[in-house]
Design a protein around this ligand. Structure first.
Ligand SMILES: [Zn+2]
Length: 312
């Protein structure tokens, strides 16, 4: 069952939850985009913040001195509170350090076409307070940040959403308080998002297998759900991962008649028909392209003429 309100000590709009060394700050509107849930981890020697969100500034006065910022990945909503901590060292996966080091890197991670960059840049400066950190240090899978007093944060590399996406495992004195920050393995009803230029369906699927195999008592998403116990996590993550197969079946049904990927994009397999716009078109196209590749490999789809596919 959901246990997000177990130890609420703040207003219902913005609960703060404690799990040993971890404090989860639920973002505004329950952490719904553009907001998100951030985690403070306190050891005996260091305090760190994971993914400071747009609404994290509301808690600034309650925080101890922050020594490090650890970013699960560098999408705009996950880096919106980086500017609050100019004196803390900043860490991101080595695959996407460039996305927090410069605006150009951030545009590349988001796959913004040259013609749309001015609008994107204005948006991230105005609404996400983007503040490049050229001194960001790259981390890799298995790296451990030791905060002192038996408190550690370990990198669990989970690519797929982006090519550097990582979950962060917080361990303290008591195993019962261990918490895995899932970042944008967000367990939403929409299902996994692998529609960015650096996204990968196959990797996302494998990352889901990995986190589902981990024996951790608490799991925390950046958006929507907040903190779940293991039972709730296993249930939600099974539904979430199941969306991959659901989409695949929908695509196969649509391609019983020979179709191109562009026709499938227009028809909409993943987004709703009402989700219009160039960026949704691009995401739908890339997600479906990856599904087509996977189904071709599995011999469930065949290319009947160049660029035209039919279910076998
Ligand atoms: Zn993201």
């Amino acid at each position: 069952m959901l246990s997000a309100l177990k130890k609420s000590v703040d207003t219902p709009e913005s609960p703060i939850l404690n799990f040993g060394a971890s404090t989860v700050f639920i973002g505004r509107n329950g952490g719904k985009f553009p907001y998100g849930n951030s985690v403070l981890v306190q050891g005996s020697e260091e305090s760190i913040v994971i993914d400071p969100s747009k609404s994290f500034k509301n808690h600034f006065d309650q925080l101890p001195k922050i020594d490090r910022i650890i970013l699960s990945h560098c999408h705009q909503d996950h880096v919106a509170g980086v500017y609050l901590f100019p004196d803390a060292s900043c860490h991101a996966h080595e695959n996407e350090v460039d996305a927090i080091q410069s605006m150009n890197g951030l545009c590349n991670l988001h796959g913004v076409p040259v013609g749309e960059r001015t609008e994107f840049e204005t948006n991230v400066l105005e609404h996400f307070s983007f503040s490049p950190r050229t001194d960001t240090v790259g981390y890799k899978d298995g790296d451990i940040f030791d905060l002192g007093g038996d408190v550690t944060v370990e990198v669990v590399f989970t690519p797929g959403h982006t090519h550097g996406h990582s979950c962060l495992l917080v361990r303290g004195k008591h195993r019962k308080d261990d918490l895995l920050f899932l970042a944008d393995i967000e367990l939403s009803g929409f299902g996994p998002y692998y529609g960015g230029v650096n996204s990968n369906l196959e990797q996302f699927d494998q990352s889901l297998d990995l986190v589902r195999s981990m024996d951790i008592p608490w799991f925390c998403t950046f958006h929507h759900l907040g903190v779940l116990d293991k039972e709730a996590f296993l249930k939600r993550s099974a539904q979430y991962q199941g969306m991959i197969g659901y989409r695949e079946q929908k695509l196969l049904d649509y391609m019983k008649t020979p179709r191109t990927i562009n026709q499938a994009v227009e028809h909409r397999i993943i987004y709703r028909k009402s989700d219009v716009g160039a960026s949704n078109d691009r995401s739908e196209h890339w997600m479906l392209t990856q599904h087509v590749e996977r189904l071709l490999k599995a011999e469930q789809l065949q290319e009947v003429e160049p660029g035209v596919f039919q279910a076998c």
